[in-house]
Design a protein. Sequence first.
Length: 280
Amino acid sequence: MGTRAGQQRRAGASVRRGLLAVLAAAAVLAGSCTGGGRAPVTPEQNHPAHTPTPTHSPTRPALPRLLSPPPPPREKPVLPAAGRSAPVLDRVPTRDRVVFLTIDDGIAKDPRFARLMRQLRVPFSMFLTDSMAGDDYGYFDRLRHGGNRVQNHTLTHPSLTGLPYARQRAEICGQQARLKREFGRTPTLFRPPRGHYDRTTLRAVADCGLRASLLWGVNMQPDGLRYDNGADRLRPGEIVLFHFFPPERLGGRTLTDLTLELLRTITEQGYAVARIEDYV
């Protein structure tokens, strides 16, 4: 009897398990048909496709490929004798296919210009006026990377022609002392403001210990390069006048725009930019 009862109990459990399996299968089937169940999640649904928003950065102008200047001359060219006065140059006596970039005043301190010149490693000389550059000589000190020099352009930028000797000497020697104090080096070259000078100017320049007064043969202005040399092209030894132009003088352009235009013109005409202190 006991054995038969155990067999009956095992049979009943087996039947119950079968019924439960059937009911579970039916529930799954019903859910899939009515939408009550959750369909398997595909990888695409779990990680929906993402299209990044395009970003637009300002287009940077292509930098010119500048020509390399020749090695500096072993001896500097002989300057014209001027007695007690400093000689005046609007062009350096050399046959090298080089020009010299000189930048005046110092009224604008554009960090983009500083980055451009550092990137291109262009040699240039800065003729600074204290009344324009003196509020941030640190900017011009940073521009001296690679051996760029600071030169004299007077204390207050007056037209020197006709001024008495004492006034001219004060303007020139005063800026000599100021620049020596700021940069630790005494300037050797002078540029008269606006290119105006007389014999008194040249005597004061020499008395203040400067080697020469520099004018220019070409002049870069916001509207383009002007040839003051009587030609329509650059010449070997050309002195190029440029300025630290403030934005209001540029008509919507930037100082870097103007600089790149100038450097492209120099390169297209087959010239390299050299350091004028290596020649004068």
